[in-house]
Design a protein around this ligand. Sequence first.
Ligand SMILES: Cc1cc2nc3c(=O)[nH]c(=O)nc-3n(C[C@H](O)[C@H](O)[C@H](O)COP(=O)(O)OP(=O)(O)OC[C@H]3O[C@@H](n4cnc5c(N)ncnc54)[C@H](O)[C@@H]3O)c2cc1C
Length: 472
Amino acid sequence: MVEKQDTITKGLDEAIVQKFKASFRGELIRPGDSGYDEARKIWNGMIDKHPALIARCTGAVDVINAVNFARANKQLVAVRGGGHNVAGNAVCDGGIVIDLSRMKGIRIDPVRRTARVEPGLTWGEFDRETQAFGFALPGGIQSTTGIAGFTVGGGFGYLSRKYGLTVDNLLAADVVTADGRLLIASKTENSDLFWGIRGGGGNFGIVTSFEFRLHPVGPVILGGMLLYPLSKAKEVLQFYRDYSAKVSEELSIFFGFVTAPKAPHIPEHTQGNPVLAVIISYAGAIEEGERIIQPLRKFGPPDVDLVEPKPYVTLQSMLDAANPPGWQNYWKSEYLKGFNDKTIDILVDYAAKRPSPMSKIIIGHLLGAVNRVKDDETPYSHRDAPFIINIISMWSDTTKNEENIKWARDLWNAVQPFATGGVYVNFLMTEGADRVMAAYGKKKYERLVALKNKYDPTNFFSMNQNIKPGKL
Ligand SMILES: Cc1cc2nc3c(=O)[nH]c(=O)nc-3n(C[C@H](O)[C@H](O)[C@H](O)COP(=O)(O)OP(=O)(O)OC[C@H]3O[C@@H](n4cnc5c(N)ncnc54)[C@H](O)[C@@H]3O)c2cc1C
């Protein structure tokens, strides 16, 4: 253990850390401290890394000091927002975690319809504050996800068909760069950096404050799930395939091959069974939404109809119980050109043979406002892809890693003929340089490398879906 601890804390002896402490307002957590094991945990239970130091920042100055300290002491750096990223880059072995999770300030300007937000907020916390004023922003469909890593990767949710990606609503950001400067990034200031952080991930610096445009939404919105037995999934997806091509932008549809929970609102005969969940939300007048979703309610009909007017914050946390922290997680994702009968057969087959009931296949329907923004406006790409599939393998028994990982990989291989070849950077595990390139395409990737050369030539920010600096 002593040997392991020495390796972890390499280059960071007590005296150096004590000196740093004098310049730091937040909390410093080291191996051996009582909160250390809790502080190094992230959402994906598969990630078990041991940083030499966790620097829990209170504000931008702490972030600047942590960056300067890490650079001076040649330490590997990981940046943690909400700690939800499945790849586990929010924490490192050895080195320093610059932990933003306690930076939770938010200020709403109800007149300008904007929000100034610190990077430690989760979507649940963000929604709570903005909804008090009747506003929302396209954000994650799980309330515990962090806004920071989410935003710098692009970000989509139930409101995206109507209001675009999260980055399409980003007006400005404060960014601490690798040399310890704090830069304002917006359309008019450091506009190249502003371009880079709208999908280029954490490659260019640490965002200490985001300014977002807000939209009037809720506080009550029509949404929820329709559940169908797996035996009916094929005809339901055939119906939705055609239906989704012509629906209005207010209507958002996500499909989930999931296990029906054992919960009081689910009829007993459905509990614990594999089902197709059609997750619906309507970002418009409730009566209009009720009219528009009539054909959906009639088709089948569904076994369980849980679609009703509900608080937007309830809709946004509806899936939380299905994605608890600490489970083993292995994901594979891809954008889909669409789905034909063959794809549907594959999905139903793999849904039936999930090795773990917690595993799921989620398909999101995008386009709409996402596709109205020009492709070169942001690093986030593949705006013309109608669907995105996320194959989520989730299990708890670590002796069963192999079969659970295999299930996700096999399904991913099977859907390749229907995939666009593009991938969403926020759903990537550690999958190699080709997959990072696939998130952007060659031309944009080269633009990102040029930006990396300018803002982070030493690859100080390397714990991410890394864009390596160097020759183009
Ligand atoms: C259950 C679940 C549901 C999800 N649902 C959605 C969804 O609906 N839509 C969607 O688009 N995505 C979704 N995601 C994916 C999500 O976008 C990513 O996991 C995202 O990285 C989470 O952000 P975070 O701050 O929690 O992550 P972290 O793990 O803390 O950070 C991820 C990475 O982002 C970078 N980063 C973090 N903070 C900053 C910062 N302040 N400045 C610069 N870089 C930073 C770092 O490189 C870091 O490694 C979901 C993930 C999970 C686990």
